[in-house]
Design a protein around this ligand. Structure first.
Ligand SMILES: C[S@@+](CC[C@H](N)C(=O)[O-])C[C@H]1O[C@@H](n2cnc3c(N)ncnc32)[C@H](O)[C@@H]1O
Length: 192
């Protein structure tokens, strides 16, 4: 699929979708780890499933996605909820965040390995990364079919080795794969 086709695919998906989507489990289960104030980036934010709850938690949220349709949905949802979110149509690979600029960075259901260093650099000292995305080991058809767009075994933990892991979950196909949380890995890690 060409770059233009992928963009169009996301624009159509966002146009057809209702609501912001489901809050990522890495945020929903660890929302108590967020600081009480500070600057947050939701990188490749989609329609704001994670930006909205972080703004609701009182944080100053920047939300970037290259899909104008997604950003339009998020602007509208923020306005309807009375929340202030700095939404931006932005290609995060071409324009990654600058160094020392965020207290929290959240990435959900998105993977571009060239962004690992910029993400680490963009965290302020003590800052937290919340990351959740698809693994190659899976029990359903959810997520990208291209293995390059999915994490290898333990890759999420390895990629962010310079940070201190605080929460990590990756179940692969261990035990009874019909139970538990499969198809993804999650990490909350801190820049010390
Ligand atoms: C699976 S969606 C995830 C959206 C959101 N993070 C969530 O979990 O609900 C992936 C998003 O990445 C965005 N995206 C893909 N490549 C991008 C890039 N280079 N820069 C910014 N956004 C990008 C797409 O437009 C799409 O909204």
């Amino acid at each position: 699929m060409s770059g233009a086709d992928i963009r169009q695919k996301w624009d159509s998906r966002h146009a057809e979708a209702d609501g912001p989507g489901e809050t990522a489990r890495v945020l929903a289960e660890n929302i108590h780890l967020l600081p009480t104030s500070g600057k947050v980036l939701d990188l490749a934010c989609g329609r704001g499933a994670n930006a909205l709850p972080m703004a609701d938690a009182g944080l100053e949220v920047d939300a970037w996605d290259r899909s104008p349709v997604a950003i339009q949905h998020l602007n509208q949802a923020a306005e309807e909820s009375g929340l202030q979110i700095n939404c931006e149509i932005r290609d995060v690979v071409q324009q990654p965040p600058v160094a020392d600029s965020y207290d929290v960075i959240l990435v959900a259901h998105f993977l571009d390995r060239t962004l690992v260093k910029p993400i680490i650099d963009a965290l302020n000292p003590g800052g937290l990364l919340f990351y959740q995305t698809f693994t190659r080991k899976k029990v359903s058809d959810r997520g990208p079919s291209d293995p390059d767009m999915r994490l290898a075994d333990n890759e999420l933990l390895d990629m962010f080795r310079p940070l201190q892991p605080r929460v990590y979950r990756e179940e692969l196909l261990l035990g009874d794969p019909s139970l538990g949380w499969r198809d993804m890995a999650m990490l909350v890690a801190q820049k010390t």
